[in-house]
Design a protein. Structure first.
Length: 360
């Protein structure tokens, strides 16, 4: 026999068929209101609301029509507690202004939505350990099933970080050692390909405009640049450093433009390469006749630089997709093993690189 749900106050519900308050939306419609209007049990309404099979199509349509008429909204939190999952992924990140973080975040949101999950963003305003601890602590107050962290490694290496039980973690573009599952771009492979390209063109050595010292990605690219030159038996010039911005690339470029022995520069990202190109032009250096420039990221605008920029392509969409795939796999199978998945890069050759000037 069908039975109807009652509310916690045991207050009788007005009959929606008789034009009670529920039909006017003066209060929130209940499951019992929907059941009465559709002429079914509350149990049937619950099954339709939760997408369970076993409800014939005619009854399902009746229930959905009653929900629409009454403005009934299922209690998603209650359903989540019953199922043991919230279908929400938390994302902790800082520096939303960088191209890489924004494109990775966009890919995570898109991939999560395709899997039927929402994304809750917890931005860290200042990249300090206290801020990161606070972000992790806030996760205990939010309804999330898993966490994707787009964060520098040294900020994750905190023994006091704690997560709610059963919350799975995947880290993007970092090096979390053996503590977490990691999805990263092949930073070293991309940097080596950039240096090899310039050496193969005939340049004696390659100067490097690196990213900030605290950045894991910047360090990996700088290490690979130095290693490739050393293995080729070429001199390793001193590192110029920026902060990922075009302005910092411009400032470093003014210094590099003053050096006659600088015929090739590998910039650690395309934004800094943009500033570098401007500085070289202002100092009368012709690109690529006098100086070749290569970037990293392959941002959408790279092909519109003057000249179009040779760069290393990062597949941000694939990084985001693999992060979502990783947390869902860990959730569904409760996997405990850790490891790093590297997403390949590829060199995109355009007009900003050429052989060195004659006689160099």
């Amino acid at each position: 026999m069908d039975t109807a749900d009652t509310d916690s106050t045991n207050t009788p519900r007005p009959d929606a068929r008789k034009g009670g308050p529920a039909t006017r939306h003066s209060r929130t419609a209940s499951m019992a209101d929907v059941a009465r209007l559709a002429g079914v049990s509350s149990q049937t309404v619950s099954r339709v609301s939760n997408g369970y099979e076993g409800v014939n199509e005619k009854t399902r349509r009746q229930v959905l029509a009653a929900m629409k008429e009454l403005g009934y909204r299922p209690n998603s939190a209650a359903r989540a507690l019953k199922r043991g999952e919230f279908r929400t992924i938390g994302v902790i990140t800082f520096n939303l202004s960088t191209t890489g973080n924004m494109r990775t975040l966009e890919a995570i949101a898109t991939s999560a939505a395709q899997e039927g999950y929402a994304v809750t963003l917890l931005p860290v305003a200042v990249p300090t350990q206290d801020e990161v601890r606070g972000a992790f602590s806030r996760l205990g107050e939010l309804a999330v099933d898993a966490v994707i962290v787009i964060m520098e490694v040294h900020l994750l290496d905190v023994a006091t970080l704690s997560l709610p039980p059963h919350v799975q973690v995947v880290v993007a573009d970092s090096d979390a050692g053996d503590r977490y599952t990691v999805v990263d771009t092949d930073q070293a492979g991309g940097a080596r390909a950039a240096v090899r390209h310039l050496l193969d063109l005939g340049h004696r050595t390659v100067w490097h405009l690196a990213g900030p010292e605290e950045s894991f990605a910047a360090q990996r690219r700088a290490d690979a640049w130095s290693a490739e030159l050393t293995e080729a038996g070429r001199p390793v010039p001193p590192v110029a450093r920026g902060d990922w911005s075009a302005e910092s690339g411009y400032r470093a470029g003014l210094r590099l433009a003053a050096r006659d022995d600088c015929t090739a520069v590998f910039a650690a990202n395309d934004q800094m390469a943009l500033g570098l190109l401007r500085a070289l032009r202002e100092r009368g250096r012709v690109i690529p006749d006098d100086v070749s420039v290569i970037g990293f990221d392959n941002i959408p605008e790279a092909g519109s630089y003057m000249p179009p920029l040779t760069t290393v392509h990062q597949d941000f969409a694939e990084v985001g997709r693999l992060c979502v795939e990783g947390v869902l796999r860990r959730m569904r199978h409760d996997e405990a093993e850790h490891g790093t998945t590297l997403v390949p890069t590829r060199l995109v050759v355009r007009d900003s690189t050429a052989p060195p000037p004659a006689g160099e």
